[in-house]
Design a protein around this ligand. Structure first.
Ligand code: ATP
Ligand code: MG
Length: 182
């Protein structure tokens, strides 16, 4: 399972719909039209991916959600979406399809998720991503500046927590705790 494509419309600096070429499962380089000049949207591209996959943008306040919509002189937008197309040929996502699309939209100051075009709840997204190893609370697969240093410096218990997330077992522990409560 890997991210095969990213489609963005109306999100931050991306007013028009853009779609990446299909990614290679190994190494890809995303080049901005103006060769990565300051403000060309490099960080916004990764923000868009995190908008769908991490819980960094969860429980957004209305004004923060509004700030994610593209704003420009005379051409602001009222809705936006980011869609991630996963290659699922290894069936890691328990859906019998070679390609699975997860979209998060902002419309009328609400944000919603859609899995292959069908509306799904935030909890369902969380369970789906956690069980495939795409942890929402700790998106370890996005290695930002300073991340390697923090991994080497963290406590053993924190590293164990991370390994459980990478292994996708956390979600089962959470569910076990929930069922013991009943
Ligand atoms: P740098 O090399 O400086 O890190 P970058 O390529 O990472 O640049 P980004 O941070 O992705 O640049 O993009 C910043 C640009 O996005 C700014 O020009 C900012 O005005 C624009 N931007 C941010 N939010 C919005 C928005 N809601 N609507 C329109 N433009 C936006
Ligand atoms: Mg940047």
């Amino acid at each position: 399972m890997y991210i095969k494509k990213v489609i963005i419309r109306g999100f931050k600096s991306y007013r028009e719909e853009i779609s990446t070429e299909p990614f290679n499962p190994k190494v890809n380089v995303v080049v901005m039209i103006n060769i990565g000049a300051n403000g060309s949207g490099k960080s916004n591209f990764f923000h868009a991916i995190r908008f769908v996959l991490s819980d960094m943008f969860q429980n957004l306040r209305s004004e923060d959600r509004g700030a994610l919509l593209h704003e420009g002189a005379g051409h602001s937008v009222v809705s936006a979406f980011v869609e991630i197309v996963f290659d699922n040929t290894d069936n890691r996502i328990p859906i019998d399809k070679e390609e699975v699309r997860l979209r998060r939209t902002i419309v009328s100051n609400k944000d919603e998720y859609y899995l292959d075009g069908k509306h799904i709840s935030n909890t369902e997204v969380m369970n789906l991503l956690e069980s495939t190893g795409f942890s929402r609370s700790n998106p370890y697969y996005i290695v930002q500046q300073g991340k390697i240093a923090s991994l080497t410096l963290m406590k053993d218990s924190e590293r164990l927590f991370l390994l459980k997330e990478i292994g996708g077992t956390h979600v089962y522990e959470d569910r076990r705790c929930e069922s013991l409560k009943i």
